[in-house]
Write a protein that binds this ligand. Structure first.
Ligand code: SF4
Length: 331
């Protein structure tokens, strides 16, 4: 008998897989990587990969793309404290895991969810919603809290012995740490680590993007991760690189749709501006560019490049944007 375990790289999901493997079930790991799981992606191998390796199971990684953005734009069940649509995200992950389960002819899914551990997605009613909306009601086993939940199909059919499952609930992680030492599990990341949508500063940028560019694509989200961001009163977005690495990334992402500005004679930041903007905004972007040049010069020439066109804006050293405007525009 086969089952698919959702592996996040955290302790709970590793324990859940281990508990089921102990009952003789062949477990396959499954994880979803999306554009907001930045910190998770940065670790190589990823936490999920390390966890699967320690468990001795294979890991199938699903890379979420544009379809995941629709969830962030219009979550049916709303956002958590920041821009994290956890309930909708869980449903998305379960649907993808369910597809994989059918693909490999596994019989049920395993998750490391613990009743009451997280406010949004691990409440009893939230679990009922995710089970129903994913179309997997009865097929999702939560070994850590199973004894507090209605029996699932694997338990009813006797594939899994319910007596050997657990009744853990709440935010204390004491029971999980005890089980970890019992099972010898050492590789795990901190709970919920790494989702940019739970970060207040990133969420502020995300909210701004949804408001001003509701049809945003993956590249727009990539841009949110880099540089200083400003929203000018006209609605034009200006992005300023903070160092050479960010400048290079911005140039790569600029493409045809954005114009980029750079100081001509002195070192300074790369600045991106949406191409369809007006001359006043281009001049403001040039001023911002000049203000973030480290070196002082009497005159600054800012190169503006848009596709094949080039333009030079000449700015005096005293010309500047007020500190108040900068703060008001900052995203
Ligand atoms: S924290 Fe992020 S990755 Fe985790 S469930 Fe919420 S939205 Fe999804």
């Amino acid at each position: 008998m086969k089952a698919v375990a959702l592996i996040s790289g955290g302790l709970d999901s590793a324990l859940a897989a281990e508990i089921v493997m102990e009952q003789g079930i062949e477990v396959y790991g499954f994880t979803v990587v999306h554009i907001f799981s930045e910190l998770i992606k940065q670790a190589t191998p990823s936490y999920a990969e390390k966890s699967a390796k320690e468990l001795g199971i294979t890991l199938h990684s699903h890379k979420a793309s544009q379809d995941f953005l629709d969830i962030v734009k219009h979550p049916k069940y709303g956002y958590g404290r920041n821009m994290n649509p956890c309930l909708d995200c869980r449903i998305y992950i379960l649907i993808k895991a369910g597809q994989y389960m059918r693909e490999i002819e596994a019989s049920f899914l395993i998750t490391g969810e613990v009743l009451g551990e997280r406010p949004m997605s691990q409440r009893r009613d939230a679990m009922n919603i995710t089970d129903r909306d994913s179309g997997l009601k009865g097929f999702i086993l939560r070994p850590l809290s199973a004894k507090l939940l209605s029996p699932t199909i694997p338990e009813i059919k006797g594939w899994i012995n319910r007596d050997r499952l657990f009744n853990i609930q709440g935010r204390s992680r004491k029971s999980q740490f005890m089980l970890a030492s019992q099972y010898g599990i050492r590789e795990f990341s901190t709970p919920a680590g790494g989702c940019l949508l739970t970060e207040p500063n990133f969420s502020k940028r995300m909210k701004d993007l949804i408001k001003f560019k509701p049809d945003f694509i993956l590249k727009d989200v990539e841009l949110l991760k880099i540089g200083r961001h400003f929203r000018l009163p006209s609605g034009t977005k200006v992005i300023i690189g903070r160092n050479e690495q960010e400048n290079n990334k911005l140039l790569k992402l600029a493409g045809d749709k954005m114009m980029h500005l750079e100081p001509q004679d002195i070192a300074g930041p790369v600045v991106l501006v949406e191409s369809n903007t007006n001359d006043e905004d281009i001049r403001t972007a040039a001023l911002l560019c000049s203000m973030y040049c480290k070196k002082k010069a009497t005159w600054k020439h800012i190169n503006v490049s848009k596709k094949d066109q080039q333009q030079i804006i000449r700015l005096g050293q005293e010309e500047r944007v007020s500190d108040k405007d900068i703060e008001d525009w900052r995203v």
